[in-house]
Ligand binder design. Structure first.
Ligand code: FAD
Length: 318
Protein backbone atom coordinates (compact mmCIF):
# COMPACT_ATOMS: atom_id res chain seq x y z
CA UNK A 1 0.00 0.00 0.00
CA UNK A 2 1.21 3.51 -0.73
CA UNK A 3 2.43 5.62 2.14
CA UNK A 4 0.74 8.87 3.13
CA UNK A 5 2.67 11.61 4.93
CA UNK A 6 0.89 13.14 7.91
CA UNK A 7 2.27 16.34 9.42
CA UNK A 8 2.13 16.09 13.21
CA UNK A 9 0.83 19.11 15.11
CA UNK A 10 2.17 18.75 18.65
CA UNK A 11 3.35 20.80 21.60
CA UNK A 12 6.51 19.34 23.17
CA UNK A 13 5.45 15.82 22.23
CA UNK A 14 1.75 16.14 23.15
CA UNK A 15 -0.11 15.39 19.91
CA UNK A 16 -3.08 17.62 19.15
CA UNK A 17 -6.39 16.07 18.09
CA UNK A 18 -6.43 17.29 14.44
CA UNK A 19 -3.39 15.08 13.78
CA UNK A 20 -5.29 12.01 15.00
CA UNK A 21 -8.11 12.97 12.64
CA UNK A 22 -5.60 13.16 9.77
CA UNK A 23 -4.34 9.67 10.64
CA UNK A 24 -7.91 8.34 10.51
CA UNK A 25 -8.35 9.83 7.03
CA UNK A 26 -4.86 8.83 5.87
CA UNK A 27 -5.63 5.16 6.50
CA UNK A 28 -8.39 5.34 3.89
CA UNK A 29 -5.83 6.08 1.20
CA UNK A 30 -2.67 4.33 2.39
CA UNK A 31 -0.28 3.65 5.25
CA UNK A 32 0.26 6.76 7.39
CA UNK A 33 3.84 7.90 7.91
CA UNK A 34 3.92 10.67 10.51
CA UNK A 35 6.40 13.53 10.39
CA UNK A 36 7.05 15.06 13.82
CA UNK A 37 9.40 18.03 14.11
CA UNK A 38 10.91 20.09 16.89
CA UNK A 39 11.11 19.66 20.64
CA UNK A 40 9.53 16.39 21.84
CA UNK A 41 9.16 15.01 18.28
CA UNK A 42 10.19 11.46 19.26
CA UNK A 43 7.75 11.52 22.21
CA UNK A 44 4.82 11.67 19.79
CA UNK A 45 5.41 8.07 18.63
CA UNK A 46 3.37 6.32 21.34
CA UNK A 47 0.27 8.43 20.69
CA UNK A 48 0.62 8.06 16.94
CA UNK A 49 1.08 4.26 16.99
CA UNK A 50 -2.35 3.85 18.60
CA UNK A 51 -3.74 5.63 15.56
CA UNK A 52 -2.14 3.55 12.84
CA UNK A 53 1.09 5.40 12.05
CA UNK A 54 3.36 2.74 10.55
CA UNK A 55 6.41 4.95 10.96
CA UNK A 56 7.25 8.23 12.67
CA UNK A 57 9.94 10.32 10.99
CA UNK A 58 11.38 12.75 13.51
CA UNK A 59 13.81 15.65 13.47
CA UNK A 60 14.64 18.19 16.13
CA UNK A 61 16.68 21.35 15.72
CA UNK A 62 16.56 24.83 17.28
CA UNK A 63 15.48 26.24 13.90
CA UNK A 64 11.93 24.89 14.36
CA UNK A 65 11.38 27.10 17.41
CA UNK A 66 13.55 30.03 16.37
CA UNK A 67 12.25 30.66 12.86
CA UNK A 68 8.83 30.70 11.18
CA UNK A 69 7.49 27.92 8.97
CA UNK A 70 10.25 27.43 6.37
CA UNK A 71 12.33 24.92 8.41
CA UNK A 72 9.21 22.77 8.68
CA UNK A 73 8.66 23.01 4.93
CA UNK A 74 12.30 21.94 4.38
CA UNK A 75 11.70 18.91 6.62
CA UNK A 76 8.47 17.92 4.91
CA UNK A 77 10.18 18.23 1.54
CA UNK A 78 12.93 15.89 2.80
CA UNK A 79 10.29 13.43 4.01
CA UNK A 80 8.53 13.66 0.65
CA UNK A 81 11.76 12.88 -1.19
CA UNK A 82 12.40 9.89 1.10
CA UNK A 83 8.92 8.32 1.04
CA UNK A 84 7.42 9.31 -2.36
CA UNK A 85 3.97 9.35 -0.72
CA UNK A 86 0.53 9.08 -2.31
CA UNK A 87 -0.47 12.29 -0.51
CA UNK A 88 0.64 14.74 2.16
CA UNK A 89 -1.94 15.66 4.82
CA UNK A 90 -1.62 18.76 7.01
CA UNK A 91 -4.08 20.21 9.57
CA UNK A 92 -5.96 23.29 8.31
CA UNK A 93 -4.58 25.71 10.89
CA UNK A 94 -3.15 29.06 9.77
CA UNK A 95 0.35 27.61 10.12
CA UNK A 96 -0.66 24.30 8.53
CA UNK A 97 -2.02 26.03 5.44
CA UNK A 98 1.13 28.11 5.04
CA UNK A 99 3.32 25.02 5.35
CA UNK A 100 1.14 23.11 2.88
CA UNK A 101 1.10 25.91 0.31
CA UNK A 102 4.87 26.37 0.44
CA UNK A 103 5.44 22.61 0.21
CA UNK A 104 3.10 22.25 -2.79
CA UNK A 105 4.98 25.03 -4.57
CA UNK A 106 8.34 23.42 -3.81
CA UNK A 107 7.38 19.96 -5.07
CA UNK A 108 5.35 21.24 -8.02
CA UNK A 109 2.08 19.80 -6.75
CA UNK A 110 -1.51 20.89 -6.62
CA UNK A 111 -3.06 21.67 -3.25
CA UNK A 112 -6.54 21.37 -1.76
CA UNK A 113 -7.22 23.36 1.41
CA UNK A 114 -9.92 23.04 4.07
CA UNK A 115 -11.08 19.57 3.05
CA UNK A 116 -13.83 18.16 5.27
CA UNK A 117 -13.56 14.56 4.04
CA UNK A 118 -11.23 12.35 2.06
CA UNK A 119 -11.70 9.11 0.18
CA UNK A 120 -9.64 6.91 -2.11
CA UNK A 121 -10.24 7.43 -5.83
CA UNK A 122 -9.02 5.60 -8.93
CA UNK A 123 -6.85 8.55 -9.91
CA UNK A 124 -5.83 9.59 -6.41
CA UNK A 125 -7.43 10.83 -3.20
CA UNK A 126 -10.71 12.72 -3.59
CA UNK A 127 -11.28 15.58 -1.15
CA UNK A 128 -14.64 17.06 -0.16
CA UNK A 129 -14.82 20.80 0.48
CA UNK A 130 -17.64 23.06 1.61
CA UNK A 131 -17.38 26.24 -0.51
CA UNK A 132 -19.01 29.63 -1.24
CA UNK A 133 -20.17 30.24 2.32
CA UNK A 134 -21.12 26.56 2.55
CA UNK A 135 -23.65 26.93 -0.27
CA UNK A 136 -22.00 24.05 -2.19
CA UNK A 137 -20.16 20.86 -1.40
CA UNK A 138 -17.52 19.96 -3.96
CA UNK A 139 -15.35 16.95 -4.56
CA UNK A 140 -11.97 17.44 -6.19
CA UNK A 141 -8.63 15.79 -6.66
CA UNK A 142 -5.17 17.06 -7.38
CA UNK A 143 -4.21 16.38 -10.98
CA UNK A 144 -0.50 17.29 -10.79
CA UNK A 145 2.18 15.92 -8.51
CA UNK A 146 1.68 14.53 -5.02
CA UNK A 147 -1.63 15.80 -3.61
CA UNK A 148 -1.07 18.17 -0.70
CA UNK A 149 -4.31 18.40 1.30
CA UNK A 150 -5.18 20.38 4.41
CA UNK A 151 -8.11 19.10 6.48
CA UNK A 152 -10.32 21.15 8.79
CA UNK A 153 -10.29 20.08 12.45
CA UNK A 154 -13.28 18.02 13.64
CA UNK A 155 -14.14 16.88 10.12
CA UNK A 156 -13.95 13.23 11.05
CA UNK A 157 -14.36 11.18 14.24
CA UNK A 158 -11.01 9.80 15.42
CA UNK A 159 -10.70 6.02 15.07
CA UNK A 160 -7.93 4.06 16.71
CA UNK A 161 -5.82 1.51 14.84
CA UNK A 162 -2.75 -0.64 15.35
CA UNK A 163 0.51 0.63 13.92
CA UNK A 164 4.17 -0.13 14.53
CA UNK A 165 4.95 3.56 14.92
CA UNK A 166 8.70 2.90 14.76
CA UNK A 167 10.68 6.11 15.12
CA UNK A 168 13.18 6.85 12.36
CA UNK A 169 15.41 9.89 12.18
CA UNK A 170 14.75 12.19 9.26
CA UNK A 171 17.73 13.91 7.70
CA UNK A 172 17.07 17.54 6.97
CA UNK A 173 19.38 20.19 5.57
CA UNK A 174 17.84 23.60 5.94
CA UNK A 175 17.50 25.86 2.91
CA UNK A 176 18.89 29.39 2.75
CA UNK A 177 15.35 30.75 3.31
CA UNK A 178 14.89 28.71 6.50
CA UNK A 179 16.46 31.33 8.71
CA UNK A 180 14.94 34.29 6.88
CA UNK A 181 12.37 35.24 9.50
CA UNK A 182 13.40 34.95 13.13
CA UNK A 183 10.95 34.68 16.00
CA UNK A 184 11.92 37.44 18.42
CA UNK A 185 9.41 36.80 21.19
CA UNK A 186 6.41 34.67 22.04
CA UNK A 187 3.52 35.85 24.19
CA UNK A 188 1.26 32.98 25.16
CA UNK A 189 -2.39 33.97 25.20
CA UNK A 190 -3.93 34.06 28.66
CA UNK A 191 -5.57 30.70 29.09
CA UNK A 192 -9.32 30.57 29.66
CA UNK A 193 -9.08 26.86 30.41
CA UNK A 194 -11.42 26.24 27.49
CA UNK A 195 -10.52 24.30 24.35
CA UNK A 196 -9.24 26.11 21.27
CA UNK A 197 -12.19 27.28 19.15
CA UNK A 198 -11.25 25.49 15.92
CA UNK A 199 -10.43 22.22 17.66
CA UNK A 200 -13.25 22.02 20.19
CA UNK A 201 -15.73 19.15 19.91
CA UNK A 202 -18.45 21.48 21.20
CA UNK A 203 -18.81 25.23 20.56
CA UNK A 204 -21.34 27.52 22.24
CA UNK A 205 -21.67 30.88 20.47
CA UNK A 206 -23.44 34.08 21.39
CA UNK A 207 -24.65 36.86 19.11
CA UNK A 208 -26.27 40.28 19.30
CA UNK A 209 -29.09 38.74 21.30
CA UNK A 210 -26.68 38.34 24.23
CA UNK A 211 -26.92 42.11 24.51
CA UNK A 212 -23.73 43.05 26.36
CA UNK A 213 -20.26 41.85 27.30
CA UNK A 214 -21.27 41.03 30.87
CA UNK A 215 -24.10 38.78 29.63
CA UNK A 216 -21.59 36.51 27.87
CA UNK A 217 -21.23 34.90 31.32
CA UNK A 218 -24.46 33.03 30.47
CA UNK A 219 -22.86 31.63 27.29
CA UNK A 220 -19.61 30.82 29.12
CA UNK A 221 -21.47 28.96 31.88
CA UNK A 222 -23.15 26.69 29.33
CA UNK A 223 -19.83 26.20 27.52
CA UNK A 224 -18.09 25.25 30.77
CA UNK A 225 -20.79 22.76 31.70
CA UNK A 226 -20.10 21.02 28.37
CA UNK A 227 -16.31 21.47 28.22
CA UNK A 228 -16.89 23.61 25.14
CA UNK A 229 -15.20 26.57 23.46
CA UNK A 230 -17.01 29.92 23.29
CA UNK A 231 -17.66 31.57 19.93
CA UNK A 232 -19.32 34.83 18.93
CA UNK A 233 -21.00 36.37 15.90
CA UNK A 234 -19.43 39.36 14.25
CA UNK A 235 -22.17 41.60 15.63
CA UNK A 236 -21.13 40.61 19.17
CA UNK A 237 -17.44 41.03 18.37
CA UNK A 238 -17.91 44.38 16.62
CA UNK A 239 -19.87 45.60 19.65
CA UNK A 240 -16.77 44.82 21.74
CA UNK A 241 -18.56 42.16 23.79
CA UNK A 242 -16.20 39.30 22.94
CA UNK A 243 -12.65 39.03 21.51
CA UNK A 244 -12.16 38.87 17.77
CA UNK A 245 -10.16 35.65 18.18
CA UNK A 246 -13.47 33.95 18.99
CA UNK A 247 -15.45 35.21 15.96
CA UNK A 248 -17.06 32.46 13.92
CA UNK A 249 -17.79 33.03 10.25
CA UNK A 250 -16.55 34.19 6.90
CA UNK A 251 -14.22 36.79 8.35
CA UNK A 252 -13.66 34.88 11.57
CA UNK A 253 -12.81 31.27 12.25
CA UNK A 254 -14.27 28.26 10.60
CA UNK A 255 -15.41 25.56 13.00
CA UNK A 256 -16.73 22.08 12.43
CA UNK A 257 -17.52 20.67 15.89
CA UNK A 258 -19.67 17.68 16.79
CA UNK A 259 -22.11 20.12 18.43
CA UNK A 260 -22.62 23.85 17.74
CA UNK A 261 -25.01 25.83 19.91
CA UNK A 262 -25.98 29.31 18.65
CA UNK A 263 -27.73 31.61 21.13
CA UNK A 264 -29.11 34.97 20.01
CA UNK A 265 -27.63 34.58 16.53
CA UNK A 266 -29.85 35.20 13.48
CA UNK A 267 -27.92 32.93 11.09
CA UNK A 268 -26.63 35.38 8.46
CA UNK A 269 -24.89 33.73 5.50
CA UNK A 270 -21.51 35.06 6.68
CA UNK A 271 -21.98 33.40 10.07
CA UNK A 272 -23.15 30.14 8.51
CA UNK A 273 -20.00 30.06 6.39
CA UNK A 274 -18.01 29.38 9.54
CA UNK A 275 -20.22 26.78 11.23
CA UNK A 276 -22.48 25.09 8.70
CA UNK A 277 -20.39 21.92 8.58
CA UNK A 278 -20.94 21.31 12.31
CA UNK A 279 -22.35 17.81 12.86
CA UNK A 280 -25.28 18.81 15.10
CA UNK A 281 -26.57 22.39 15.27
CA UNK A 282 -28.78 23.76 18.04
CA UNK A 283 -30.17 27.29 18.10
CA UNK A 284 -31.90 29.35 20.77
CA UNK A 285 -33.62 32.41 19.34
CA UNK A 286 -36.73 34.30 20.36
CA UNK A 287 -37.71 34.90 16.73
CA UNK A 288 -39.26 31.76 15.21
CA UNK A 289 -38.57 33.19 11.73
CA UNK A 290 -34.80 33.63 12.29
CA UNK A 291 -32.85 32.09 9.35
CA UNK A 292 -30.72 30.03 11.75
CA UNK A 293 -33.70 27.71 12.18
CA UNK A 294 -33.36 26.66 8.50
CA UNK A 295 -30.21 24.73 9.27
CA UNK A 296 -30.60 23.49 12.82
CA UNK A 297 -31.07 19.93 14.02
CA UNK A 298 -32.76 21.21 17.19
CA UNK A 299 -34.26 24.67 17.63
CA UNK A 300 -35.64 26.36 20.73
CA UNK A 301 -37.84 29.42 20.20
CA UNK A 302 -37.40 31.39 23.39
CA UNK A 303 -35.47 34.00 25.29
CA UNK A 304 -31.87 32.86 25.70
CA UNK A 305 -31.79 34.28 29.21
CA UNK A 306 -34.53 31.80 30.17
CA UNK A 307 -33.42 28.85 28.08
CA UNK A 308 -29.62 28.83 28.36
CA UNK A 309 -29.38 28.91 32.19
CA UNK A 310 -31.94 26.07 32.40
CA UNK A 311 -29.90 24.06 29.92
CA UNK A 312 -26.72 24.72 31.91
CA UNK A 313 -28.40 23.67 35.14
CA UNK A 314 -29.77 20.50 33.57
CA UNK A 315 -26.36 19.52 32.17
CA UNK A 316 -24.64 20.21 35.50
CA UNK A 317 -27.00 17.88 37.35
CA UNK A 318 -26.28 14.96 35.00
P1 FAD B 1 -28.39 39.77 14.44
O1 FAD B 1 -28.47 39.46 13.01
O2 FAD B 1 -28.79 41.13 14.90
O3 FAD B 1 -29.28 38.68 15.19
C1 FAD B 1 -29.51 38.68 16.57
C2 FAD B 1 -30.51 37.57 16.84
O4 FAD B 1 -30.67 37.44 18.22
C3 FAD B 1 -31.89 37.81 16.22
O5 FAD B 1 -32.25 36.70 15.43
C4 FAD B 1 -32.80 37.95 17.44
O6 FAD B 1 -34.08 37.40 17.22
C5 FAD B 1 -32.05 37.18 18.47
N1 FAD B 1 -32.30 37.60 19.85
C6 FAD B 1 -32.30 38.85 20.35
N2 FAD B 1 -32.48 38.82 21.67
C7 FAD B 1 -32.63 37.52 22.02
C8 FAD B 1 -32.85 36.85 23.24
N3 FAD B 1 -32.94 37.52 24.41
N4 FAD B 1 -32.97 35.50 23.23
C9 FAD B 1 -32.87 34.80 22.07
N5 FAD B 1 -32.65 35.39 20.88
C10 FAD B 1 -32.51 36.74 20.86
N6 FAD B 1 -21.02 37.68 10.81
C11 FAD B 1 -20.50 36.69 11.57
O7 FAD B 1 -21.12 36.21 12.53
N7 FAD B 1 -19.24 36.21 11.27
C12 FAD B 1 -18.50 36.66 10.26
O8 FAD B 1 -17.36 36.20 10.06
C13 FAD B 1 -19.03 37.71 9.44
N8 FAD B 1 -18.35 38.18 8.37
C14 FAD B 1 -18.94 39.13 7.58
C15 FAD B 1 -18.28 39.54 6.42
C16 FAD B 1 -18.87 40.49 5.60
C17 FAD B 1 -18.14 40.90 4.36
C18 FAD B 1 -20.12 41.03 5.94
C19 FAD B 1 -20.79 42.03 5.04
C20 FAD B 1 -20.78 40.62 7.08
C21 FAD B 1 -20.20 39.67 7.92
N9 FAD B 1 -20.84 39.23 9.07
C22 FAD B 1 -20.31 38.21 9.79
C23 FAD B 1 -22.03 39.92 9.59
C24 FAD B 1 -23.33 39.22 9.29
O9 FAD B 1 -23.83 39.65 8.05
C25 FAD B 1 -24.38 39.53 10.38
O10 FAD B 1 -24.51 40.92 10.47
C26 FAD B 1 -24.02 39.00 11.74
O11 FAD B 1 -23.69 37.63 11.66
C27 FAD B 1 -25.20 39.17 12.67
O12 FAD B 1 -24.85 38.73 13.96
P2 FAD B 1 -26.00 38.24 14.95
O13 FAD B 1 -26.69 37.08 14.35
O14 FAD B 1 -25.37 38.08 16.28
O15 FAD B 1 -26.93 39.53 15.05
Amino acid sequence: MAEVLVYVDHVDGAVRKPTLELLTLARRIGDPVAVALGSGAADTAAALAGHGAVKVLTHDAPEYADYLVVPKVDALQAAHARVSPAAVLVPSSAEGKEIAARLALRIGSGIITDAIDLEAGEEGPVATQSVFAAAFTTKSRVSRGTPVITVKPNSVAVEQAEGAGAVEALEVSFSAQATGTKVTSRTPRESTGRPELTEAAIVVSGGRGVNGAENFAVIEALADSLGAAVGASRAAVDAGWYPHTQQVGQTGKSVSPQLYIAAGISGAIQHRAGMQTSKTIVAVNKDAEAPIFELVDYGVVGDLFDVVPQLTEEIRTR
